[in-house]
Design a protein around this ligand. Sequence first.
Ligand code: ATP
Length: 250
Amino acid sequence: MLLQVDNVSVAYGAVEALKGVSLSVFGAEIVAVLGANGAGKTTLLKAISGLVPVKSGAILYEGRKLHELPLHLIARMGVVHIPEGRRVFATLTVEENLNLGGYGCPKEEVQKAKEWVFQLFPILRERRRQLAGTLSGGEQQMLAIGRGLMRSPKLMLLDEPSLGLASLLVDQVFATIVQINKDGVPILIVEQNARKALSIADQAHILEVGRVVLSGPARDLAADPRVREAYLGGATHERRRRAKESRATG
Ligand code: ATP
């Protein structure tokens, strides 16, 4: 087993964001964690990559206790976290962003990784000399993923890559995620876009207010009436979507 999250709880003061969450990533698979706003998805990824402390439970990676290790050691073990919101260095070029991603790695590895990123995202090769801040939202998401790939991840943690992207771009980004996985990288992805995430995942888990309420093969979850109702276009899903839309339009 590659990653085992075992009965993990995380709290921000009085707010219990994760309450006894368990899940695993076995090998080169895609595991999706789905949930609404505030379910605890980002917190789960932060706990794995060492950005927030685990209150109880354990996180094992290749048998080692990640929850006892500092951030930089976790990163050095090949756990790469791509945060939500496409954080790129706006005033640096595409290529400079990628080089920073590979900072400290041997030169040949940086070149090899960059070639891999350019193959996955040909548009980044075309725009290599352009400032990252001038890229479209979709291209910035690609660059954020590409920068993470510069460290040749052994496990990639992806936080809501679909956020704020038009559906055509979401399709493109997800197709590349599948390709990255085919290239041998295990992926743990958290998403609100349940339909899209279930379409690429092997295993999936539903997170609701800090607890895993449903787990199984992604195919089974996509067919589960409870998931269909709450996350795939049922009445509850529609109510949530409309509420979010009206919040966004003010
Ligand atoms: P979103 O889709 O909005 O990113 P999420 O599923 O990723 O949501 P989290 O961001 O993990 O959810 O948040 C889980 C809970 O923890 C929420 O109730 C949130 O308000 C709370 N929370 C998150 N970060 C903090 C923080 N730094 N301080 C206090 N509470 C926090």
